[in-house]
Design a protein around this ligand. Structure first.
Ligand SMILES: [Mg+2]
Length: 162
């Protein structure tokens, strides 16, 4: 039987979507009648191609999901999570600037599980470096979340928790 993490944590910018919410997209955001989300310049806002399906399948597997973002514009990030209809996938959301050690302390408190049972995906080495010291299995993603990256994460997690 394969071991699965008890919590999977995702960064937002350049992990779930291909931009910095506080820099690269312009509010106000809106949803068009065809369901797509745009910023004020008409730029289409969407996640990396595999993200929706991955979130859906992890939730169906019964694994709780969380967001850890250090964006300078938490309100914008929340608006986009809402417009993209991703809010329903995340049991926990910690979105504010500063070290992600704070975000992870909150997760540990709220879910009462140890760091070794968490899996984390992020596109910045400094976050990976900091959070791996806690004992969390961390996966560096240079090009956003993909099915292969998820699989790699599961394998790393299993190797660490033999
Ligand atoms: Mg990022």
């Amino acid at each position: 039987m394969t071991r699965r993490p008890k919590l999977i944590v995702f960064d937002l910018d350049y992990t779930l979507w291909p931009f910095w919410v506080d820099t690269h997209v312009d509010p106000p955001f809106r949803k068009l009648s065809n369901g797509s989300v745009c910023d004020s310049s008409g730029r289409k806002i969407e996640g990396y191609p595999a993200v929706q399906e991955i979130l859906e399948s992890l939730v169906n597997e019964g694994i709780p999901l969380a967001v850890a973002s250090r964006t300078w514009w938490p309100e914008g990030a929340r608006q986009l999570l809402n417009l993209l209809e991703w809010e329903k996938y995340f049991t926990y959301q910690e979105i504010y600037p500063g070290s992600k050690l704070t975000h992870f302390k909150k997760f540990a408190e709220m879910c009462g599980i140890s760091y070794s049972q968490m899996l984390f995906f992020d596109d910045e080495q400094r976050n990976i470096h900091e959070i791996s010291k806690l004992g969390v299995t961390c996966v560096f993603l240079p090009n956003g979340l993909t099915c292969n990256a998820l699989e790699e994460g599961f394998q790393q997690f299993e190797r660490k928790n033999l």
